[in-house]
Write a protein that binds this ligand. Structure first.
Ligand SMILES: *Cc1c(COP(=O)(O)O)cnc(C)c1O
Length: 380
């Protein structure tokens, strides 16, 4: 019925990929990263599929609230911490775990103090291991740690100091230590960052978390207590030149459509806006119901692969808002209504991304709200 474009989300594929994480990091607990609407797969679909994860991680407070309302009971890690003081109160109410990446967050904790034992927060101090995005350098991190973890000392400390220390220490239940790598996906990419994190946190009690997908796969020494897989859970690769299938991952999103029209063009005739593609021979041009308003990248060049009627064909002409065109030379049986796959089990999203000069992450996150989503609960 209606426009044939749809995104199919496979719960079994998401579950398979979580099992891959478990197999790669058997000693670690898993924060399944579900930011950005679970990388475009749908927050509640991800919650359903990742029921066996130890926690979920994201950064949007409204989404965290939706997870609690939908019944997620386990930890929820807020990867970017509070954005304003009031977020601390929200975190207490929703029992959210906060990453604290700036010392000002300690002041915010004190501005919204815990009303009782149950409102104490689990927090993770974030170390800047060289990305220079979020996180504290070693001396600042250690000061923050001392302030938060000093509860037992506070009782014995000198009076004015003790009051301040006690106040902060009473705000938290536990303190963990985390970092995020800038280059875990390239050889040698953590050679400085990992030792820096180890040194900065030396002697501090508490759980450690450092590994994103690339580090889970390539740097087992960094697994620590909690790993934070994102893209691999969705069946795409974190690496530029190793494909997801080779990593044992299954694509969890298919973007499927159909041909809605066919044109026959002669040699020398052009196709689409800007006449970007000119036929070098007589050929049939297929028109696919999918465009940049659906999340397909407008900058995908002529030649980007598309699957039509089970055959691999090439994009022909500029992607438009609602449609794109393909050269049907290699799909002679294609008709109006023939099935089309833009990415999925027959065409890795990473391959389309590479052709378009981006990464699988961006394409999955860009899936537009207007695309209907079909959830598959068994392998069809
Ligand atoms: C997004 C994110 C991850 C997951 O990264 P992937 O490369 O998708 O595995 C882990 N940690 C933090 C802090 C993140 O922001």
């Amino acid at each position: 019925m209606g426009r044939p474009l749809r995104a199919c989300i496979s719960i079994p594929a998401l579950q398979h990929n979580l099992h891959r994480v478990r197999a790669l990091a058997p000693g670690a607990r898993v924060w399944a990263v579900v930011k950005a609407n679970a990388y475009g797969h749908g927050l509640l679909n991800a919650m359903e599929a990742f029921g066996a994860a130890d926690g979920l991680a994201l950064l949007e407070f409204d989404a965290a609230q939706r997870l609690r309302e939908a019944g997620w009971q386990r930890p929820i890690l807020m990867l970017e911490g509070p954005f304003e003081p009031a977020d601390v109160a929200l975190a207490r109410r929703l029992r959210l775990t906060l990453a604290l990446h700036d010392p000002v967050h300690l002041d915010w904790l004190a501005m919204h103090p815990a009303l009782g034992e149950a409102e104490r927060l689990d927090v993770w101090l974030k170390f800047n291991s060289g990305m220079n995005r979020l996180g504290m350098r070693a001396p600042v991190l250690r000061d923050a740690y001392d302030a938060l973890a000093a509860a037992p000392l506070a009782a014995q400390a000198a009076a004015p100091l003790a009051a301040q220390v006690r106040l902060l220490a009473a705000q938290v239940r536990s303190v963990g230590l985390l970092t995020h790598f800038a280059n875990a996906d390239v050889p040698g990419g953590i050679d400085q960052a990992w030792p820096a994190f180890v040194a900065a946190t030396q002697g501090l009690a508490g759980p450690r978390s450092a590994s994103n997908s690339a580090a889970i796969i390539d740097h087992p020494a960094t697994h620590g207590d909690w790993v934070r897989p994102g893209v691999m859970l969705y069946g795409a690769t974190p690496f530029a030149s190793r494909d997801a299938a080779g990593l044992g991952l299954r694509p969890a999103m298919r973007l499927d459509s159909e041909l809605i029209a066919i044109q026959t063009v002669s040699a020398g005739e052009s196709v689409g806006y800007g006449s970007l593609f000119t036929a070098d021979a007589a050929m049939r041009i297929g028109v696919v119901a999918c465009g940049y308003a659906d999340g397909y990248p407008r900058h995908a060049p002529v030649g980007t692969p598309v699957i039509v009627d089970g055959r691999r064909v090439r994009l022909a002409g500029r992607v438009a808002m609602d449609m794109l065109m393909v050269d049907l030379t290699d799909a002679p049986g294609a008709r109006v209504g023939s099935p089309v796959q833009l990415w999925g089990d027959r065409l890795p999203i990473d391959e389309v991304a590479q052709a378009a000069g981006t990464i699988g992450y961006e394409l999955m996150c860009a899936l537009a709200p207007r695309v209907p989503v079909v959830v598959e609960r068994s392998d069809g």
